[in-house]
Design a protein around this ligand. Structure first.
Ligand SMILES: Nc1ncnc2c1ncn2[C@@H]1O[C@H](COP(=O)(O)OP(=O)(O)O)[C@@H](O)[C@H]1O
Ligand SMILES: [Mg+2]
Length: 311
């Protein structure tokens, strides 16, 4: 388990992290979501003991990261932003080197290197210099060094950044697999990633936590959450709008950019679709399409991070 209390980091005049507190339990995949410069990487560096906070407490698996950094680091695997590796080494040499630093020797060392090589399918590039590897393979080497000592906590800073869609998918699948037995914290500015891999998300903006919840609970804060989009045959749309607006389950009816009706619910009790269906069945409406929206994480994100420039 991870416990963070009133974490602050000041770089000169720059308050990179203002006052962050949260807890994470085993089995959770926590997403750190936020625009560039929000303080995600700085928070992760403090969690791993890589840099010291200006103030605040961090506890990882029962160890105080400031007082007992080595013991805490034993429990942590860390993939820094950009997954830096020693480019002139081969994956085999690099992973052996990391295993030695982690304290493994002899048969144990061979076993843990072989184990991550097979988990991350690195066999075919084992003896190729890291600088000659594709981005996807480089990222897998980075992930391999992070999980080599089978840590209880994995901290991954933008693990899919810069990868192509296939590589992203592959890395996300690996993260989902790893999360069954570990606490995973990943940072990202890709919203779809949160729904894809995280059980919980913390939105960080300007060094502070602005939202904390499940991906679903964040989506539910979207204005579009549970709204219903209806397209009728041409000519009927104008008549249906006022009828829908008269329903007690309806808060508002608008027309979107494609001329379809968007019906917003009066409450989050999900009675809206049923009420609309009854109304449509009673009249002679020719419905071409009707669907209910889930709510958009990107809209919530822009609202809470204060960036409405693309709204
Ligand atoms: N070593 C540093 N020295 C000075 N400022 C820094 C340093 N590291 C980060 N910052 C600043 O702290 C803020 C947060 O950065 P960072 O944690 O990297 O954000 P994120 O990872 O969310 O993009 C930014 O304004 C950044 O410029
Ligand atoms: Mg960062």
């Amino acid at each position: 388990m991870i416990r963070v209390n009133n974490l602050k980091k000041q770089f000169g005049n720059v308050p990179a992290v203002r006052d962050i507190s949260f807890e994470v339990q085993a089995g959770e995949v926590l997403g750190f979501l936020g625009p560039n410069g929000a303080g995600k990487s700085t928070t992760m560096k403090m969690l791993t003991g890589f840099i010291k906070p200006t103030s605040g407490q961090i506890e990882v698996c029962g160890y105080d990261v400031l007082r007992e950094p080595k013991k805490a680091q034993h429990k942590i695997g860390y993939l820094p932003e950009g997954a830096p590796c020693y480019e002139e080494m081969t994956p085999r040499g690099f992973l052996k080197f990391i295993a030695e630093i982690r304290g493994f020797r002899g048969a144990q060392l061979t076993y843990c290197v072989d184990d991550v090589v097979s988990k991350l399918s690195l066999q075919e590039v084992l003896d190729q210099r890291i600088e000659t590897l594709s981005k996807g393979f480089k990222r897998r080497v980075g992930l391999a060094q992070a999980i080599l000592h089978d840590p209880d906590v994995l901290i991954l800073d933008e693990p899919t950044d810069g990868l192509d869609p296939n590589q992203k998918h592959h890395v996300r699948e690996m993260i989902s697999g790893l999360s069954e037995t570990k606490i995973v914290i990943i940072s990202t500015h890709i919203l779809e990633e949160v729904s894809a891999v995280c059980s919980r998300a913390i939105i960080i903006a300007d060094g502070s936590v602005v939202l904390d919840g499940t991906p679903e609970s964040l989506e539910s804060r979207s204005r579009n959450y549970q709204s219903v989009v209806i397209a009728l045959q041409p000519g009927q749309q104008a008549d249906l709008g006022p009828e829908l607006a008269g329903l007690p389950e309806v808060a508002a009816v608008e027309t979107d950019s494609r001329g379809r009706l968007v019906v917003f619910p009066a409450a989050q009790d999900n009675q809206l679709l049923g009420a609309i269906n009854s109304l449509l069945q009673e009249g002679s409406w020719q419905v071409e399409m009707i669907y209910q929206q889930q709510g958009q994480l990107d809209e919530v994100f822009r609202t809470v991070t204060g960036d409405d420039s693309h709204a």
